[in-house]
Design a protein around this ligand. Structure first.
Ligand SMILES: Nc1nc2c(c(=O)[nH]1)N[C@H]1C(S)=C(S)[C@@H](COP(=O)(O)O)O[C@H]1N2
Ligand SMILES: [Mo]
Length: 394
């Protein structure tokens, strides 16, 4: 089953396009077909993942279970371009980051950054395209289901502290623009492939430059030695291997900002006139049981998030949304950027069920039945119906 799906996704999806652009090495096709993991993520277990391509690796739905914190070993992987060489994590403290748009612009090593301040934030990292497979129209790009998301504890220096140490904000910028440290092959047009994302300046007090995740140095796969975390914003805004942080008047000129990750209507091309994919939205999904189980006592579990707000209520339906029961959040609330896990303890007789979940955020916003915004590239799907699970109990 997994093999068949992967093959279909590979043939129909983005991997082919990326391969033909020369961004992944030959052999990527083999990875996609036998579900083996590429070398740079060899600390993960292939059985936990759906390998769409060597740079596009989805966590299987059930793997998240009722776990509040996602270990790095279980986190999905997405690289728009091949990651840098592993040598960049050999001497982490020597990694250099340039700061621009501040009173005293300069380059700082990670070793020095570690002395400027430290904090920890629990934040969901979720690809903008998570749930793309659930739109009912055809969309090119990775057919992510639920597994391009995790919730992790990121530790690093608040960007505000760095800016203050460098003489404060210069001029009147509107954006924080972060650039990734990948080496771009000389034959490629830098603007077309560089990961250079801008987010509104109002995030200056939320952003951290993180060197550690869940208590360990961040792996190369997830952006080590240093990653810009923009809590509550979709994956692409959380730039890995952060090399330059600039406070800018304009949004990044790169294609990844100008025309990609835009919420244009179906059939239209992405451009700056449409909203950028920034804040995540209210969303939940069930992580178990999936497909089949035996009758008797069972825990229906899943994850629920507000995006940038807390959550206040979670409901579960076993009949496809006709009737709802209130479920319980599990464990501590790690703040508005984290997700919460939930459980509905129940007893199921043999039969067919359609399990759905619906979260309400702390401002009273209810997860919609259908995706909030139909858009050409299939971003931000948060509809509860398409995320429902068909379960057979025997
Ligand atoms: N430097 C850099 N940062 C990046 C990317 C990238 O290709 N290069 N991909 C982005 C995208 S699209 C996503 S979804 C997340 C994936 O993060 P993960 O691989 O740690 O799960 O990283 C984002 N940050
Ligand atoms: Mo992404």
């Amino acid at each position: 089953m997994a093999l068949r799906l992967n093959r279909r996704f590979f043939l129909a999806g983005s991997a082919g396009a990326v391969a033909s652009a020369g961004l992944i090495k030959p052999g990527a096709q083999a990875w996609a077909q036998d579900n083996a993991l590429p070398e740079y993520v060899n600390f993960k277990n292939a059985d936990d993942f759906i390998v769409h391509s060597s740079n596009t690796i989805e966590t299987k739905r059930g793997v998240i279970g009722a776990n509040l914190i996602t270990p790095e070993t279980h986190l999905f992987v997405r690289n728009n371009i091949s990651p840098p060489d592993a040598s960049i994590v050999a001497d982490r403290d020597a990694w250099e980051v340039s700061f621009e748009g501040v009173g005293e612009p300069r380059t700082i090593t990670l070793g020095e950054l570690k002395r400027l301040g430290v904090t920890t934030v629990a934040s969901v990292i979720q690809c903008s395209g998570n749930g793309r497979a659930f739109f009912d129209y055809e969309i090119s790009g990775t057919q992510w289901q639920t597994g391009a998301a995790g919730c992790l504890l990121w530790t690093g220096v608040p960007l505000r502290a760095v800016v203050e140490a460098l003489g404060g904000v210069a001029g009147s910028p509107s954006f924080v623009t972060g650039t990734g440290g990948e080496t771009i092959p000389a034959e490629l047009d830098v603007n077309q492939v560089i990961v250079k994302r801008s987010v509104p300046l109002e995030e200056l007090d939320n952003i951290i430059l993180a060197w550690s995740v869940n208590g360990n140095p961040i792996s190369l796969a997830h952006g080590g030695p240093l990653r810009m975390i923009v809590p509550g914003y979709t994956g692409v805004n959380n730039v890995k291997y952060i090399k330059t942080v600039a406070l800018t008047e304009e949004e990044s000129e790169a294609r990844i900002q100008q025309s990609r990750y835009r919420l244009q209507p179906v059939g239209e091309k992405g451009s700056p006139e449409f909203d950028s994919v920034w804040k995540m939205n209210v969303k939940s999904w069930i992580t178990g049981p999936l497909e089949t189980t035996t009758s008797g006592k069972t825990n229906i579990v899943g994850v629920a998030m507000g995006g940038t707000t807390g959550v206040s209520k979670i409901e579960v339906s076993i009949d496809g949304g006709d009737n709802w029961q209130e479920a319980q959040f599990i464990g501590p609330d790690l703040g508005r950027f984290a997700w919460r896990t939930f459980v509905l303890p129940t007893e199921l007789d043999a039969g067919s069920y359609k399990l759905a979940s619906r979260v309400t955020d702390s401002e009273g916003k209810v997860q919609p039945k259908d995706p909030e915004l139909l858009n050409n590239s299939g971003y931000n799907h948060n509809g509860w119906l398409a995320h429902a699970v068909d379960l057979t109990v025997s």
